[in-house]
Write a protein that binds this ligand. Structure first.
Ligand SMILES: Nc1ncnc2c1ncn2[C@@H]1O[C@H](COP(=O)(O)OP(=O)(O)OP(=O)(O)O)[C@@H](O)[C@H]1O
Ligand SMILES: [Mg+2]
Length: 358
């Protein structure tokens, strides 16, 4: 063990290579989809590893791809501009140049002299739909049936917030295309289901539906144990089990807790109660933001969260079932509560914080 060892855990953004574990079947499954003429819809709660597994599959299939998070999109024109920017970034200029000259509305493209960062914007226009049509046509024309582009749209349920007509417009454009595989990702289970499973919806049965689960325990166990061993030696297996019991194999929180525990093992003199020390550090770090989140809940929501944190029943007569149900829906929608095989607080550290302040 050397003092300049790098912490082998990573939480927060896309994980690749040595930070990525398992998902062998899922990767294969996604690969097969993009090798076919079909599109794929991937749903899971936040931070289960959607982006990471999709990126791995696309790379494994050695396919050209572009990626956009719809949460960052403010209007249809902005959607067209952001997509175009991605095309610029990933395609040779010769391929896109002629087509852009034929756009009905010519975009302003500037590159920052100092940073080299590209900025793309369309001038104001009455009919934003033509912008979208032209950009989607460009993607289609820059590829062929044998060289299909993979377009990954993250937080796809946001399509409804960008513009009420976007869903219909986009579906009309996409169904004509032959040179693109779409992978549409979302974390709002109920909205995603409504978009793709509701017969009335333009995207009804647009592609295969896949739900990403937490990571399998044995795989994660191996991953943690090998990384704990240089620091914790014979304690490594026991600590690994403690982490996974606590996080229930949630990919992100497992990496986060393991990261802090590794840190404790590396730098603290006393190495007892490593997990508890790490949890306390995490909760301390988030205390202010938890406080702020808590202040915005109403009484029913607070009551529900407290019962979930304590693993207690809802049937107490304190609240009407319908009141509880709609509050649960709100909490789920905001991402504080998830439903896997039961309702649970999404963040195990927040759950602990809730318990502590009762
Ligand atoms: N296969 C994996 N192996 C190890 N850790 C993983 C894996 N997948 C996800 N993680 C952990 O979860 C975190 C979130 O992963 P990722 O950003 O891919 O999830 P996401 O579902 O796209 O999240 P978001 O809802 O924020 O878009 C990673 O930073 C990592 O800590
Ligand atoms: Mg993501």
């Amino acid at each position: 063990m050397t003092a300049n060892m790098e912490n082998p855990f990573k939480f927060g953004s896309i994980v690749e290579d040595e930070f990525f574990t398992d998902r062998v079947q899922e990767t294969e499954y996604i690969c097969n989809y993009i090798k076919s003429r079909n599109h794929l819809v991937l749903i899971s709660p936040r931070r289960f590893g959607k982006s990471s597994v999709v990126l791995r599959a696309v790379k494994q299939a050695e396919r050209q791809y572009i990626q956009l998070n719809l949460q960052k999109v403010t209007s249809i024109a902005d959607f067209a501009a952001k997509l175009l920017k991605e095309i610029y970034r990933t395609h040779p200029w010769e391929i896109v140049k002629d087509q852009i000259m034929r756009f009905r509305v010519i975009p302003n493209v500037t590159s920052n002299q100092v940073t080299g960062a590209l900025s793309v914007a369309f001038p104001p226009t009455q009919d934003q739909r033509v912008l979208l049509e032209d950009v989607f046509a460009l993607m289609e024309n820059a590829h062929s049936e044998d060289d299909r582009l993979v377009v990954i749209l993250d937080e796809f349920q946001e399509i409804r917030a960008i513009s009420p007509v976007l869903e219909k417009t986009l579906r009309a454009i996409m169904q004509e295309q032959r040179h693109i595989n779409y992978i549409l990702l979302g974390s709002q289970e109920s909205m995603m289901t409504d978009i793709f499973e509701n017969v009335q919806s333009p995207f009804y049965h647009f592609g295969g539906l896949m739900r990403l689960k937490k990571l399998p325990r044995e795989e994660f166990e191996q991953y943690l144990k090998t990384r704990f061993e240089p620091v914790f030696h014979e304690q490594a297996a026991e600590l690994t089990n403690q982490v996974l019991d606590y996080t229930q194999c949630h990919p992100y929180y497992t990496q986060e807790l393991a990261f802090y525990m590794w840190q404790v093992g590396m730098w603290e003199q006393i190495k007892t109660d490593v997990k508890e020390v790490a949890i306390r550090q995490i909760i301390d770090a988030y205390d202010l933001s938890y406080e702020r989140i808590w202040a915005n809940f109403n009484r029913t929501e607070m009551w529900i969260l407290q019962r979930l944190a304590a693993h207690a029943e809802f049937q107490t007569g304190d609240y009407k079932t319908s009141t509880i149900y709609s509050a649960l829906k709100r909490l789920q929608h905001a991402g504080h509560v998830i439903y896997t095989d039961r309702y649970e607080i999404e963040d195990p550290f927040f759950s602990k914080w809730v318990m502590a302040r009762r």
